[in-house]
Design a protein around this ligand. Structure first.
Ligand code: FAD
Ligand code: NAP
Length: 304
């Protein structure tokens, strides 16, 4: 029996691990992938205080080492179900193993939202990508499009100009949602152009992507644009499949907590992107993780 079982090894889970282990709680992190979560797919992080610029995988490794240094256990596995009511919290992994703890911190973050158009699934990995850091280098001197208007579309669009001959950002409105500093960068980048008020209706190709079918959101007019690659950045969805039907999820599937990261179930806390929260960043994820761990500590104290 662990004191704390942390679900997910992104920045929120790793920070929770540091704080829980330093409070002498027997702590395990359950993670299906690499340590660091979304940071693994981020090339440049320049807004995490103390690091003027650091690549995401390096920050991931530093946070992982930090948690392991204080004695957090790392368990590789995919969470498929939970039984969270009652004093013993059960976390079921694919393959049949169950991890049991007195408290659970839910920190499984979010993953890219699909566009949901014909051609997207067919050409995934053959011109359709959700990760410029992973796939950008395959598009050296090629034409690519980026779909979306948020921070990810702006930041990754800018990054893609290191490789691609041209980058076209296709956005469904005529104003980006991205932070002003990221907007300045894309507007000042000569390799980037924009198609406003437009949605991608279909991704076209044969053995790989050759173009996109576009639909103007104001006039309904259809057109086709030739491209070699489509990078999709239309937001994220919370990784809460294993919590389906739980009362702690809001309508969008995010976990509702109070300021102490406590959910409505005693002993169950949440941290990071999985929360219903106004800002989803590394700094907010780590901060949530720290608060959640200390709340778990106080909860466990009440059990003794
Ligand atoms: P995540 O990082 O999503 O980690 C969740 C972890 O849970 C993952 O490792 C996942 O594998 C694991 N998991 C999920 N489901 C299961 C399951 N069923 N079983 C086992 N494990 C599971 N923020 C910044 O502050 N600065 C930036 O420059 C920045 N750039 C970004 C660039 C991109 C392209 C993206 C996508 C995001 C960026 N962000 C940035 C946002 C930042 O990465 C996130 O806010 C942060 O990673 C959230 O941390 P988290 O721990 O809550 O979740
Ligand atoms: P986001 O902020 O949710 O933006 C998604 C974008 O996609 C929006 O512009 C949205 O359009 C558009 N969109 C959504 N559904 C669409 C559809 N079906 N068809 C076409 N367009 C669609 O997502 P994000 O940019 O990935 O950012 C996610 C989180 O990570 C944010 O909290 C962000 O701050 C953070 N992040 C931070 C950084 C950084 O700090 N440097 C970098 C990347 C990400 P509308 O604008 O019309 O809604």
């Amino acid at each position: 029996m662990y004191d704390v079982v942390i679900l997910g090894g992104g920045p929120s889970g790793l920070a929770a691990g540091v704080y829980a282990a330093r409070s002498n709680l027997r702590t395990v992190i359950v993670e299906r992938g690499l340590p660091g979560g979304q940071m693994q797919n981020t090339l440049e992080v320049e807004n995490y205080p103390g690091f003027l610029e650091i690549i995401g995988p390096e920050l991931s490794e530093k946070m992982h080492q930090h948690a392991m240094h204080f004695g957090v256990e790392w368990k590789q596995g995919e969470i498929q179900g939970v039984a969270l009511d009652g004093p013993e919290k059960h976390v079921e992994l694919v393959g049949g193993e169950t991890v049991v703890g007195k408290a659970v911190i839910i920190a499984t973050g979010a993953q890219p939202r699909y566009l949901g158009v014909p051609g997207e699934k067919e050409f995934a990995g053959r011109g359709v990508s959700y990760c410029a850091t992973c796939d950008g280098a395959f598009f050296r001197n090629k034409k690519v499009v980026v779909v979306g208007g948020g921070d990810s579309a702006a930041e990754e669009g800018n990054f893609l100009t290191k490789f691609a001959a041209s980058v076209t950002i296709i956005h469904r409105r005529e104003q980006l949602r991205a932070q002003p500093i990221l907007q300045d960068r894309v507007f000042n980048n000569e390799k980037i152009d924009f198609i406003w008020n437009t949605e991608v209706g279909e991704i076209l190709g044969e053995s790989g992507v050759t173009g996109v079918k576009l639909v103007n959101t104001e006039t309904g007019a259809e057109s086709t644009l030739d491209t070699d690659g489509v990078f999709i950045y239309v937001g994220f969805l919370p990784n809460t499949q294993y919590l389906q039907g739980s009362s702690i999820l809001n309508q969008e599937g995010y976990v509702t907590t109070d300021g102490a990261m406590a959910t409505s179930i005693p002993g169950i806390f949440a941290a990071g992107d999985i929360r219903d929260t106004p800002l989803r960043q590394i700094i907010t994820a780590t901060s949530d993780g720290a608060v959640a761990a200390m709340s778990a500590y106080h909860y466990i104290e009440t059990l003794d």
